[in-house]
Write a new protein. Structure first.
Ligand code: NAD
Length: 329
């Protein structure tokens, strides 16, 4: 089986090359371009393509892949909001993903963002490097004894519930389905109760039509003053202009974002020489209580190994014509 691997970074090649020794039937060609309608035709002669969170796996891309004889898209990630799965089904292209590589990797990053915002670690780090040992602007609050509100308690949300519980926090959660593994220490309540009753709100639901702009000015107004908001899920769960309005209203003690609406053209690119014009991200970064990371929640050694292993197993499952729980329906 021949796979064209889009949007290759050095760490992708390292983890997939290490895993390939266990999959002698698979050959990978790595390219730097991301998958989109301009680059899809490069897949001619390949059985499958491997794509990632900022790839464009929309209607036009899928039509081109189909015309070039590609019938498998291997998403090396959990989320698939960038895939037109209805179009893929219509064209007979199978989409497979890695739903469960390391929920703890993302949950630990969510807590890292929450702590960094709460204790202004980014500011403290820079102050001390400048020989400024004063504490002005660094005061946070104890998480112990406070309430965490987790929206979406699937794999990553459940890991975040366990971490918050370990910090001595009361844990409230909102999800359409109650996770039975959490029943001893999580209280399921309505979305409004999570919003109004939590000192730390962390988003772990997928991006769907129902969750698009779940955090908007109306939901922000329901939050308690001095809340910390963390988003490691998908950028469009939060309406950025409304978030900026909420920050200007002094609603938040801190906002930690691993994902944000404008991220697609930034993700994993070095744009440090550019002037980011008309950028709401730049506006967000102008606030002292906002910390943004570049979609790195998944980025641990364990997660990268698991992603490579499962992606290659997916390719073999496809080659064997077997069904899989990793299929995107
Ligand atoms: P999951 O499918 O295990 O859990 C998602 C949970 O959200 C489910 O329990 C589901 O019932 C719930 N949900 C769905 N719609 C909801 C709604 N409207 N309101 C409340 N809850 C709702 O998924 P997961 O593995 O925990 O991943 C969650 C998300 O994290 C992914 O969709 C992806 O977008 C994101 N993610 C980010 C990174 C990163 O690097 N930052 C890495 C992996 C995944």
């Amino acid at each position: 089986m021949k796979i064209l691997f889009y949007d290759t970074k050095s760490y992708d090649k390292e983890s997939f090359d290490a895993a390939l020794s266990r999959f002698p039937e698979i050959e990978i060609e790595y390219i730097k371009y991301d998958l989109d309608p301009r680059t899809a035709s490069l897949a001619e002669g390949f059985d499958a393509v491997c794509a990632f969170v900022s790839s464009n796996v929309g209607e036009q891309t899928l039509e081109i892949l189909h015309s070039k004889g590609v019938s498998l898209v291997l998403m090396r990630c959990a989320g698939f909001n960038n895939v037109d799965s209805a179009k893929a089904t219509e064209l007979g292209i199978r989409i497979m993903r890695v739903p469960n590589y390391s929920p703890e990797a993302v949950a630990e990053h969510a807590m890292a963002l929450a702590l960094a915002c709460n204790r202004r670690l980014y500011k403290a780090y820079n102050k001390v490097r400048e020989n400024d040992f004063s504490l002005a602007g660094l005061m946070g609050f104890n998480f112990h004894g406070k309430t965490a509100g987790i929206i979406g308690t699937g794999k990553i949300g459940a890991a975040m519930c366990r971490i918050c519980n370990g910090f001595g926090m009361k844990v409230l959660a909102y999800d359409m389905y109650q996770n039975p593994d959490l029943k001893d220490f999580v209280t399921y309540v309505s979305l409004d109760e999570v919003l109004s009753g939590s000192n730390l709100i962390s988003l772990h639901c997928p991006l769907t039509d129902d969750t698009y702009h779940l955090i908007n000015i109306e939901t922000i107004k329901k939050m308690m003053d001095g809340v910390i908001l963390v988003n490691t899920s998908r950028g469009a769960l939060v309406k950025t202009d409304d978030l900026i309005e909420g920050i200007r209203m002094h609603k938040f003690a801190g906002v930690g974002l691993d994902v944000y609406e404008e991220e697609t053209k930034n993700v994993f690119e070095d744009r440090s020489d550019e002037i980011l014009e008309h950028s709401t991200t730049a506006r967000l970064l102008s606030f002292p209580n906002v910390m943004i990371t570049s979609h790195q929640g998944f980025f641990t050694r364990e997660a990268m190994e698991a992603i490579a292993e499962t992606t290659l197993e997916n390719a073999l499952t496809y080659a064997a014509g077997k069904e899989s729980k990793n299929d995107v329906k």
